[in-house]
Design a protein around this ligand. Sequence first.
Ligand SMILES: *Cc1c(COP(=O)(O)O)cnc(C)c1O
Length: 223
Amino acid sequence: MSGIAQEIRRLKNEIPQGVRLVAVSKFHPADAIQEAYDAGQRLFGESRVQELLEKISRLPNDIQWHFIGHLQTNKVRSLIGKISLIESVDSERLLALIDSESEKAGVITDILLQIHVAREETKFGFSPEEYRTFFENESYIHYKAVKIRGVMGMASNTDDEDRIRSDFRRIYELFDSIAADKNYNLPDFNIVSMGMSGDWPVAVEEGSNMIRIGSRIFGSRAY
Ligand SMILES: *Cc1c(COP(=O)(O)O)cnc(C)c1O
């Protein structure tokens, strides 16, 4: 059995029921994805549009692809209809564009709102304030060709487990403040994507139901 297949199997044993595994295959070749596929994995995450489109054309078409990287507005159109979830919607401007392109294409695109709570790392994502305002103003009601499924977030890149835990807790609380409020009437708002190779057990303890694992499955990436 390949190392990739072995890690997929190990992870599936470790992950509690109800938590979905996104195998993050960015920067790894199609052959590596095929190995994971042969081990039963069907859900993969990619962070660059061109790379993703090439992989889609070369790999089995029952793979579900999640886009997890910063999405440039000029690349939105080429993704629409090809991915099952865009996890990294980091601004309302991007959301509006995904909505209008989806409408033109006659599809509904599932998305997550990326929330930014980590101290450093990425500058991308809704701040907690922007996120709250987005819902309080009922901005989401204008978008008919996107389905807002939940949130995605990352913890600070640190060894301090307390800090990591509190970041995840904050993301979960932001999720739950909307999911638990029936006034919003968002029945499909039920995905909390948080946790990567190094911190996923903490993320799951704090309420994640979707983890994004790259290096543990595929090894380190050569950028
Ligand atoms: C690369 C990436 C991952 C996977 O990270 P690993 O540490 O390799 O597991 C998860 N989420 C996002 C948004 C990423 O860009």
